[in-house]
Each structure stands twice: as C-alpha cells, then as structure tokens.
Design a protein around this ligand. Sequence first.
Ligand code: SAM
Length: 355
Amino acid sequence: MSRYAFLVLPSHNRVYADAAPSLARAELAVLSAALPDGGISQESVTETVIGGVPYVTFEADDLSERDVAVLANLSALYALFEVTSDLLRPVPLRRLDRFDDDLLTILKYAGKTNEQFTKLLLNVTLASSAFASEASTRRLAVLDPLCGRGTTLSQALMYGFDAFGADVDARDVAAYAVFIQRWLKDKRLKHQADFSPVRRDRKVVARRLTAEFAATRDEYKAGDVQRLEVVEADTARVGEFFRPASADLVVADLPYGIQHGSHAGGRALTRSPLELLRAAAPAWAKVLRPGGALGISWNTLVARREDAAGALAAAGLEVLDSGPYRAFRHRVDQAITRDILIARKPATDSGSRAS
Ligand SMILES: C[S@@+](CC[C@H](N)C(=O)[O-])C[C@H]1O[C@@H](n2cnc3c(N)ncnc32)[C@H](O)[C@@H]1O
C-alpha cells in the first residue's frame, strides 16, 4: 500500500464551499471503482493538512499508469503526490484534455452549469458505464439532451469525444453555434461547420449545428475527426435526430424549476423538471447504447430523489443508488439544493461486445 495526497483545485472550494470535501470524496469513490488495475482503500480517504495546506489523502495499491490516467481527470484534482515519509513526490499526470481550457471558460452566461460540476457529472457517469476503460482508446459519444449553451458538449469535446446536444431554446443553440465556430477558427483547427434549418416535407422542423474537426491536420486529413451535432428541438424528440443506441453516455442538468432569478432553467420551462424527466427519459434511454450510463443533476427542492429515480427506472434504466452515489447532494443557493442520479442501460445480448 502507498499513500497519496491530492491538492484540490482552489476553485473547487469556491464553487462548493462546505460541500467541497464530501463531493471530492464521492467522485473519488466512484472513479476508484472503475480503476483498471488498482484499488483505493475507501476507509483511508480523508482530508489532511500538510504544510498548512489541505489535501485529500488516500491509500492504494501501487497505482499503475492506467489508474493514474483515470484519477488525473478528477474534477477537483490540481496535483497528485505520492507521500514518501514526510515528502511529497509528484505523480506525473496525463489528462484526457486535448484543448486549451478556454473551450470551457470563455462562454459566460446566466444559467450556465458550473464547468467543474459538469466535469464531475460526466466523470461519474463515464465511470459508471461499461465503457470507462475505453475513454482513451475509443471515441465515445456523449448526448446532452438539455444542452443549453453547451457546457457538457464542450467538456466531452475536451476529452476527445463526439458530442450531441438538444435544447428547445433557440437563443442557446444559436449562441453555442456562434461560439464554437469562432473558437475553431481562433484555434486554427481544421474543421467544417454548418448551422442550418432541418426540413421535413418542406417544413422547417428544427435548426441544426453540425461540425467536424480534429486536434491536428494529420488527424483531419485521415478522417480521424470529432463530431459535434446540436439540434434546436424539444428534448422528448431526440429520437428523431439521433439514432437508437448511438450515445455511450447521456448527461443532463435539468431545469432548476425556478421562474425568476438568473438560472436558465426558468427561461424555457414549459413543464416541471419532474414532468420533463418523465416525458423525456424514454427517448433518452433509447438513444443510449446498452452498457451506457445516464447522469442527471437537478434541484431537489422541486423534485424528490425517489421520484426522479422512479422516472429513470420506468424508462428501463438501472438506477445506482447506494454508497457514494448517495453522497453528491449539495447546496447551490437558497433556491437550489442540487443532487445527481446515475443509471445504467442494461447490456443486452445484441448490444454486448462479447457476443
Ligand atoms: C439547467 S439548464 C442546462 C444548462 C447547460 N448545462 C449549460 O451549461 O448551458 C436546462 C436547459 O434545459 C432546457 N430545456 C428546458 N425544457 C426543455 C425541453 N422541453 N426540451 C429541450 N430543452 C429544454 C433549457 O432551455 C435550458 O437550457
């Protein structure tokens, strides 16, 4: 057993205040269950002050490079050290990140889901799917069916994945389309992008942003591209735009169900978040690949956890509701206490890779 210490990103404490340590521990617990080689002793995870600075410390069998590659993506992790006697030996980190972090930080708007929280939700969803070990070897596809101005989509692109999105708010989709096209140009990334109406029977049924790009010219030339596709449409219609079983992960931050204030959830709200979830979960589950996982966050002050879990189960998903999965609830402000729920789509014979 070796002892490790990770330095928490300073912004993590600002974003979550008192909840920061428990969220960092819950994320570590879920990710550690998906480590390819090592095992973290859950009882050993604790907060320790070293040299006057707080760290999260834990014990693990010697972490392999593959294990460190998973832990490097923890949303709260700034730096990782192995503790040897009273010295900290830096563990070199190879994060999945492929682009500058301004992909996630440039856009600022009322109703944006915090970037760090978005990363946490994507990480926990990925770790709970059957595809966790494929994140660095296969281009996964992530659907955010309530994508707003694209925080989840950009995080998925940052990881090298394909990103699909839907949002009913035309301004949100248009703003993301403008942003991403500008960003691709500014970064001089080889790309193709288009934002145009989708017509059926000569009628415009939606507007759709499509983009293909690569981190390097050689990858682009070889057709090794990342795909982005966003439709302006009601989320219950995602099945009209995205093929069944085409997304490895579905990740969504539900409207917060408050009509006033600065949260986008109130703007385009036509139904309560729970009604929205009940209406849309079957369509989301259909687009999800067997073995894939779905992660949602929502405001528990407007919908109870059991009811949200019931909506996911009714859509044929297996809700993960024990241990660390119950430790993500945290206060955002006086109108919002946020929680997350993760559910898996059972692997069927036809969908399993072994068959
Ligand atoms: C909490 S916000 C998500 C914000 C997003 N994660 C971001 O950072 O930009 C919820 C989103 O759900 C969208 N929404 C609400 N009802 C919808 C519906 N029926 N179909 C599609 N989108 C909907 C809202 O327009 C809003 O953008």
